[in-house]
Design a protein around this ligand. Structure first.
Ligand SMILES: Nc1ncnc2c1ncn2[C@@H]1O[C@H](COP(=O)(O)OP(=O)(O)OP(=O)(O)O)[C@@H](O)[C@H]1O
Length: 314
């Protein structure tokens, strides 16, 4: 099993509990909503699911609660052909959950309880060592303890596994080694702003912020720009390259960034000789499909839904 995995994600799982209401309740108030649904989310799991939908052999290293949500999440991974050998269940905390209220105007109020995600520890990383050090790509974010993400990146790098780090949700005092351990450091505009202190409102701004991040020691930087696609910079070619995405009518952009990252991991694992700009162009097009339907993981396209040109060797 371990030898077969292309993409390993060390990261989070969250159950989204979504209520749709006419308006957001005030403190102490009870109101009636008109719809409730449960979704599978969490940045780590989302990215893993997108990579799997494109055909990558994936494994998730994460922790869920010994509860109904944790067991359902494990089944969700299995349904998406993701290896669950390194998904552990704990009785010490509940599965991570996001309680989301969305009003008719599309505004929301969200409470996230990271729960079991924060209990993912060094022991679980050690148990996953065999798979993590033999994979082609490791993908990490910041929805688990940051020292676990950093340790996973270090472990992968020692074995020449390509690393993608997504500093989300962003923290202002990011450990400097995160840059050095990243083959690709990929963030969105607001994360780039927080990390550099500079405003990022255009592709040009993203180029300048990207250069600053690149100078902190990563091999490449990608800043995603929503409907404007992304900007790519590499130490081998530090001139920022703006890569536009498809012009589409978005229906729900939730999780677009995770779709992009999952797709990028797939391309780095399956087509390692493609230039990073070309991988980013294709990841843009995959994410552009995801914004055209509702939901997060449920909006992520499969290989069969996409143009053949996205799977050409060059
Ligand atoms: N309106 C859009 N039209 C086309 N592509 C889009 C659109 N929004 C997002 N994308 C695609 O998704 C990628 C990631 O989007 P974005 O930069 O908004 O990430 P994000 O802010 O992390 O998203 P989210 O927080 O919603 O997951 C973009 O680089 C682009 O390829």
């Amino acid at each position: 099993m371990a030898e077969e995995v292309d993409v390993v994600v060390v990261g989070s799982c969250m159950t989204d509990l979504v209520s749709q209401t006419p308006r957001l309740p005030k403190a102490g108030e009870t109101i009636h909503g008109h719809k409730f649904f449960i979704g599978f989310g969490g940045k780590g799991a989302n990215q893993c699911v997108q990579a799997a939908h494109l055909g990558a052999k994936t494994a998730m290293v994460c922790k869920v609660g010994k509860d109904f949500f944790g067991s359902s999440y494990i089944q969700n991974f299995k349904d998406n052909s993701i290896c669950t050998a390194f998904v552990t269940q704990t009785a010490e905390a509940m599965t991570g959950a996001a309680s989301i209220i969305v009003n008719d105007a599309g505004e929301n109020a969200i409470v996230i309880v990271a729960g079991a995600n924060m209990l993912l520890g060094e022991e679980e990383l050690e148990q996953a060592r065999s798979v993590l050090t033999k994979a082609k790509v490791l993908l990490c974010q910041l929805e688990v303890n940051s020292h676990i993400s950093l340790q996973a990146l270090r472990m992968a790098r020692q074995y020449n596994v390509k690393t993608i780090f997504n500093p989300a949700p962003a923290i202002p005092d990011l450990h400097p080694d995160f840059y050095k351990e990243s083959d690709v450091f990929c963030c969105n505009e607001s994360e780039a702003e927080l990390l550099t202190g500079a405003r990022v409102a255009s592709a040009d701004d993203a180029g300048s912020a990207g250069l600053e991040l690149l100078n902190r020691g990563c091999a490449a930087v990608i800043i995603t720009l929503g409907s404007q696609g992304c900007v790519v910079l590499q130490t081998s070619n530090p001139n920022p390259k703006h890569i536009p995405t498809a012009k589409v009518t978005p229906v729900d952009t939730t999780g677009a960034g995770d779709s992009f990252l999952g797709a990028l991991a797939f391309y780095m694992a399956h087509y390692p000789s493609l230039p990073l700009e070309e991988m980013s162009r294709r990841a843009n097009l995959v994410a552009a499909v995801s914004v055209q339907s509702v939901g997060t993981q449920t909006s992520y396209p499969f290989k069969k839904d996409l143009a053949e040109e996205l799977f050409l060797k060059e």
